[in-house]
Design a protein around this ligand. Sequence first.
Ligand SMILES: Cc1cc2nc3c(=O)[nH]c(=O)nc-3n(C[C@H](O)[C@H](O)[C@H](O)COP(=O)(O)OP(=O)(O)OC[C@H]3O[C@@H](n4cnc5c(N)ncnc54)[C@H](O)[C@@H]3O)c2cc1C
Length: 428
Amino acid sequence: MSPSATTTAGFVPSDRLKVLVIGGGLCGLGTAISTSLAGHSVTVFEAAPELHEIGAGLQITPNANRLLQGWGLWESLAPVAAAPQQLSIRRFDGRLLAQRLDYDEETKRKYGVPTWCLHRVDLQQALLRRATELGVEIRFGQRVHDIDFERNQITLENGETAVGDVVIAADGLWSAVRNKFLGIETPPKPTGDLAYRVTINVDEIDDPELLEVIQKPGNNIWIGPSRHAVGYNVRNGKLFNMVLLVPDDLPEGVRKQPGNIAEMRKLFEDWDPILTKLLARVEKVEKWKLMHHPPLERLAIDTGRFFIAGDAAHPMLPYFAQGANSSFEDAAVLGHLLSKASSIKELPIIADIYSRIRRERVSRIHSETFVHRDDFHLPDGPKQVQRDELLYNSFTKDDWTHPKIQPWLWSYDAYKATEEEYNRVITK
Ligand SMILES: Cc1cc2nc3c(=O)[nH]c(=O)nc-3n(C[C@H](O)[C@H](O)[C@H](O)COP(=O)(O)OP(=O)(O)OC[C@H]3O[C@@H](n4cnc5c(N)ncnc54)[C@H](O)[C@@H]3O)c2cc1C
């Protein structure tokens, strides 16, 4: 790739900036789409030789789903999405604590768009197709090895270099670029929990009791001392995705490994018989160490020539299902801010706004996930009784599970919030 002629001169000849994105995961592809829609020329460098065909379900909540809609992804995602019709929260023994039977309708009524549960591969493929359609260049098998922040230059493992007007790092949880940006080794930290991830083909189930739970798209949560389980449908309801969250017993340094099914079943043996029956159907399981990193103080270099986004900047516990959703918010904010830039002179103001508004929001989500974990995992006792009452009341009084957090999370419109902040800053 030839270096951009614009960077050393300090001006861009047209209003098209050359944007280099490091990492083609959900955040990198979302960022590529949003910056391309903002009128810029985008290249994504992805280390993997092809799209990762790994992972299972993801809940895409209204705050991100309205972005996917605006980016033109709904047509390809709608046929593979599952919109949960009901939400049920049960005690570990199966006792129903709270339930919403009109969950999808209520979500749409309150937030304008549905929550969609998607298979990660379906979402990645749709993002890749849309980015390609928009003219984004995606270079697979191109690991970024080094970055020169002064020159906005990246160096690939094969020695090739590329210079952009703007470089955006979206290289995920184990981001090497984060270390270079901060000038220290700062790996993610264990959260103390791990996730067993399993899927069950709905077509293969004939037990009426199980079908009652998994046949119609829904969101089912079981909570108990030190662990919880979440199950929802993906792939238009045909696949039931389960995540079982338990104390981490993986050795230090092990990120992920094939799980032992018997060991997983044992951890839930005295739980709701429906759950244990579901686990009896599982044929393969993966065990993932759940990591986090405190949100970075700065998410950009002051010149606005470098930004960091997604899990590279703020990996978090998935207990509000917000990791990818926040990554899409990052992407939208960046895209919208960069739509205001027709020359690199305008980038510093963008760096400041991006850093501030994203840090404020992701810091709160990041810390709330731990509060939520402690709440869900309470040992039996007076606090747990109080929590169960609160849960029951919040549902019956039409306030939802997290009366404060959920409206704050789900009603957020990243484009609107960015526009407001940009106007506030430039008219100051
Ligand atoms: C159990 C579990 C359940 C979850 N559930 C949800 C959910 O329901 N909803 C939700 O919103 N989030 C959820 N998440 C979080 C979500 O998966 C992540 O937040 C999201 O995938 C982050 O996307 P990313 O693009 O930042 O990182 P990644 O998806 O990790 O992508 C980073 C990409 O960068 C590439 N890369 C790395 N280094 C380099 C390099 N040097 N050069 C070039 N490329 C490089 C990698 O190959 C990779 O493709 C969950 C996470 C877990 C563990």
